[in-house]
Design a protein around this ligand. Structure first.
Ligand code: PPE
Length: 305
């Protein structure tokens, strides 16, 4: 689906018209993937549009930048404000916000340190990331590509170049007629989806791979762990093997873009009875209530625009 254009993009402190938010072809990021980014959602809540877990996303952006020696020329508060400003200036209510910090035009070659660090924040309306799978459940494969190892790249950073790994797995899934791919880590344990974390449900207990399984520590994953335990479920972070997915009662994916998506087929095998499971449904509903400000226990997570 093409991007649904908005009017302005925040670039290095100024709002510029959407079509003018350009960078030079010789910018470092284009050649070497030297950028870090975030994905944040804003929802139509009771008292107006509200950005979900803005502080946590911006904090992770700074952590990602630190791993690559990128000094962001703004404070966390300033970038939080930039996100809110972009939503407001575009008159958006429900939207996706994409802050990106990248190495710009300066020098060529692998030493990035003298290239300028630039920042942009865009926002646009973005519907269901995995389309009908949100309702009907996703069909996934286990990819032949392993998730990047923490010994190769700092896998907990959300960096542009890391997503070449995700793209290989995603294309493999799409060419196999599936919605998404799950990657194993280099040791053969389940890691995550190409843009989502992964959970299974067995006998009413939720299991999700730990950070040590080379995952991106997802903010939606954290939200779901918190909501599920508040709902009375036991939540366990532990390594899991590929075979365990096949025999799980339920599986689901979590991510800012994807939200909470049931998985109904893995490698051609139905998960449970092949329909979205009841625990997944309950968590999906609870998540939507929280992001829309319908559950006062979690108001702290909302930043009203
Ligand atoms: N793992 C990966 C690899 C990942 O990219 C994401 C987010 C997650 C886990 C979940 O993290 P969180 O959003 O904090 O719960 N993927 C973002 C980018 C998707 C894209 O296509 O671009 C997102 O969901 O915004």
């Amino acid at each position: 689906m093409p991007i649904e254009e908005s009017r302005y993009i925040w670039m290095n402190g100024e709002l510029v018209p959407w079509q003018e938010a350009r960078i030079h072809i010789l910018s470092h990021v284009i050649h070497y993937g030297s950028g870090v980014f975030e994905g944040i959602r804003c929802y139509r809540a009771r008292q107006g549009p509200a950005v979900f877990r803005l502080r946590d996303h911006i904090r992770r952006l700074f952590h990602s930048a630190k791993a690559y020696f990128m000094e962001i020329p703004y404070t966390q508060e300033e970038l939080q404000k930039a996100c809110v400003e972009v939503v407001r200036a575009n008159g958006l209510e429900e939207c996706y916000i994409r802050p990106i910090v990248y190495r710009g035009y300066g020098e060529m070659g692998l030493n990035p340190l003298s290239c300028p660090v630039e920042v942009a924040v865009a926002a646009w309306r973005w519907g269901r990331y995995l389309g009908r799978a949100f309702e009907e459940g996703a069909r996934v494969i286990v990819s032949s590509w392993r998730r990047i190892s923490s010994e190769t790249l700092p896998a907990t950073a959300k960096a542009c170049g890391h997503y070449l790994n995700s793209q290989l797995a995603k294309v493999e899934a799409v060419k196999a007629g599936c919605d998404e791919a799950i990657m194993l880590n280099v040791d053969g344990y389940v890691s995550e989806g190409t843009g989502e974390n992964f959970f299974i449900v067995r006998d009413g207990v939720l299991y999700t791979p730990p950070v040590e399984a080379s995952i991106l520590p997802g903010i939606t994953r954290d939200t779901v762990m918190r909501l599920a335990s508040d709902m009375g479920y036991r939540v366990v972070e532990r390594f899991m093997s590929r075979g365990e997915i096949y025999t799980a009662d339920e599986c689901f994916l979590t991510g800012t873009a994807a939200e909470v998506v049931p998985v109904v087929v893995v490698d051609g095998r139905p998960v449970g009875d092949g329909k979205p499971g009841p625990v997944t449904r309950r968590i999906q509903e609870a998540y939507l209530r929280v992001v829309r400000g319908e559950d006062s226990r979690y108001e702290d997570w909302l930043t009203y625009v």
